[in-house]
Write a protein that binds this ligand. Structure first.
Ligand SMILES: CC(C)(COP(=O)(O)OP(=O)(O)OC[C@H]1O[C@@H](n2cnc3c(N)ncnc32)[C@H](O)[C@@H]1OP(=O)(O)O)[C@@H](O)C(=O)NCCC(=O)NCCS
Length: 174
C-alpha cells in the first residue's frame, strides 16, 4: 500500500529500513515519550515481527515509512493500529529530529487520516500521547483531534508509571 503527499511518499516498512529506523528511534532524548526505544538493531527485528504485512487486519499494527520525494531519504515512520472490529484506528508518528519542525508529520498524517476515513471507512481515529509531549499535542490539534481523556499513571514505560492523554476525531468531524 502506497500513499503520496506533496513532499512525501508513504510506503510499507521493509526489513531494509532497519538501520534508518534504529538511527532515529534509538535517540533517547527525541523519543523520551515513546514506549519503545530500541537498544540495538536486533530490537528493530522484534518490532518488525509484531507488524502486519498489510493494513486493516484486526488487532494489528501496520507501519509505513515517510520518504522525502526530493532526496529519497527516509525521514520517519508512521503506525496505525486497527481495532478488533476494524471500525477504529490508533495512529502514531515519529520523525528523525533533522526533519522535525517542517510540517512533514502534519502532511503525512493528514493523508493517512484521510485514507482511514475515506478508503477504510473508519468511524473514529485516536492517538495516545504523554501529557508533556507538546509537539505531538500541537500536531494532533492541527489535525483537528479533540482531547478526550487524561488517564493517571495508566501506562508503564521505561520503568515508571506514566499518565496518558487520548486525542480523537470522528469521521463526521474530519
Ligand atoms: C510528534 C512529532 C512527529 C511532531 O513533529 P513536528 O515536526 O513538531 O510536526 P510537523 O512535522 O507537523 O511540523 C510542524 C512544525 O513545523 C512548522 N513548519 C515549518 N515549515 C512548515 C511547513 N512547510 N508546513 C507546515 N508546518 C511547517 C510548523 O509551524 C510547526 O512548528 P511548531 O510546532 O513550532 O508550531 C515529533 O515531535 C516526533 O517525532 N517526536 C518524537 C516521537 C514522538 O514522541 N511521537 C509521538 C507519538 S504519537
Amino acid at each position: 500500500m502506497n500513499l503520496e503527499t506533496k513532499r512525501l511518499k508513504l510506503r510499507a516498512t521493509m526489513p531494509e529500513d532497519k538501520s534508518d529506523i534504529f538511527e532515529y528511534r534509538s535517540d533517547r532524548e527525541t523519543n523520551r515519550y515513546q514506549g519503545w526505544i530500541p537498544k540495538s538493531p536486533d530490537d528493530v527485528d522484534v518490532f518488525f515481527s509484531r507488524l502486519s504485512a498489510e493494513p486493516n487486519i484486526p488487532d494489528s499494527w501496520f507501519q509505513m515509512m515517510l520518504v522525502d520525494k526530493e532526496s529519497g531519504l527516509i525521514i520517519g515512520d508512521l503506525g496505525m493500529h486497527f481495532s478488533d472490529d476494524l471500525k477504529q484506528a490508533e495512529i502514531g508518528c515519529t520523525l528523525n529530529k533533522t526533519y522535525q519542525g517542517k510540517g512533514f508529520a502534519t502532511e503525512a498524517l493528514t493523508r493517512v487520516v484521510d485514507y482511514l476515513f475515506n478508503n477504510l471507512e473508519k468511524h473514529r481515529v485516536f492517538a495516545s500521547v504523554h501529557p508533556e509531549n507538546t509537539s505531538s499535542i500541537k500536531l494532533l490539534g492541527r489535525l483537528g483531534f479533540r482531547k478526550e481523556a487524561h488517564f493517571v499513571e495508566s501506562f508503564y514505560a521505561n520503568e515508571k508509571w506514566e499518565d496518558d492523554l487520548i486525542y480523537a476525531i470522528l469521521e463526521r468531524e474530519w
